[in-house]
Design a protein around this ligand. Sequence first.
Ligand code: HEC
Length: 199
Amino acid sequence: MKVGVAACPHWGAHNSVKRIVLAVGLALACVSSLAAAKVGSEALIEARQASMKQMAAAAKTLAGMFNGQVPYNAAAFRDAAETLRDRTGSLVGEFPSGSLGPLSGAKPEIDQDRRSFEALAHHIATLTTALAKEAANAPPKINGEMRMGPGTMMDGGSLLGKRTNAAEPDPATLPAEHLVHMILQDCTGCHSRFRQKIR
Ligand code: HEC
C-alpha cells in the first residue's frame, strides 16, 4: 500500500477516482444481486405454477376416468396418481417468504399461517401417496373396489363437513375414487384460503 502511494504523484486524484469506481462497483453489485433475487423468485413462481398446472391436468384425468369423461387406462391412471404424489410432495418448499404477494397468486397469508398451509400440504400429500399406492396395482378395468359405494359421500362425513371431530379414516382403506374426491377438496380448501386471483 505504502509503496503504491509513494510511487504515485497524484495519489489524491487517483484515490477519488478509485472511490468512485468502488462506489459504482458496489452499486452495480447491489443492483445485480437484487436482480438475481428477483429473477430467482420469478423462476420459482413460474416453476410452482407449472407444477400446479401439472397437478390440475392429473386431477382432471383421474376425476374424468371415474365419471366417464376420460377413457380409463391403468397406465395413465398410475401416471396421473404419481404426478399428484410427486407434485404435492414438494409443495411445502415452494412458497418461501420472498415469493408471496402481488407478484403471484400466492397470498402473503401463507407466511402468517405457515402451520395451516403446511398442514394442508401434508394432508393432500398423505392422500396422494395412498392413491399412488393403490394405483400401482390398478386393474385393466375400473372395478368395484376402486369405486366409492353409494352413499359414501353421506357416510364419509368429512366431505360434507359433518363429524368434523371424528378421526379421519385411514386413506389406505379408502377406494381410489373417494381419495380423488378428497384430494380435489384439499385443492379447493387451500386455494380458498391461500390463493388470490392474478389474471
Ligand atoms: C397447500 C396449498 C395448495 C394446495 C393443496 C393446492 N394448491 Fe394450487 N395453488 C396454491 C397457491 C398458493 C397457488 C398460487 C401460486 C402462484 O401463483 O405462485 C396455486 C395455484 C394453482 C393453479 C394456477 C397455476 C398458474 O398457472 O398460475 C392451479 C391450476 C392449481 N393451483 C391447481 C391445483 C390443484 C389441481 C390442486 C390439487 C390437486 C392444488 N392446486 C392444490 C396452493 C395450493
